[in-house]
Design a protein around this ligand. Sequence first.
Ligand code: SF4
Ligand code: SF4
Length: 116
Amino acid sequence: MTFIITSTCLDLKDMSCVEECPVDCIYEGGRKLYIQPKECIDCGACEPVCPVDAIYPDRQLPAENAEDKEDNKAFFEIVLPGRDAPLGSPGGSMRVGNTEADTPRIAALPPNPDVE
Ligand code: SF4
Ligand code: SF4
C-alpha cells in the first residue's frame, strides 16, 4: 500500500503534508505534489493535515481519482520536462527541491477553479 495525492492538490501546494512526512517522500511538482510509492512507509501522517482532503491510502482512493494513482507512480518513472533521466527513488525530497515539472496529464489540466 501507499498513499496517493490526488489532483485536488492542483495549483494549491500549501506543503502541510511535506512537513509531516517522517521519511521525506513527498516531492514537489510544478502544479501539485507526488508521493514516491517505493519510499512511502504508509504511516498516514500526511492525510489528516491536508486542508482539501487531497490525500488517500490507495485502497480507499475514490473511483474518480483512479488516474491519480498511476500518475503518482509515473512522476518518478518518466523523464520529466527539463531532465535527462527519471527521478526514480532519490531517497528524500529535500535534496531534490521543487522539480517545477509535472506528468503530461497533470500539466494539461485546466487551472483549479478553487485556487485564486
Ligand atoms: S503516509 Fe507517511 S510516509 Fe507516506 S507520504 Fe504520508 S507521511 Fe509520508
Ligand atoms: S497538504 Fe494537500 S493541498 Fe497541501 S501540498 Fe499536500 S496534498 Fe497538496
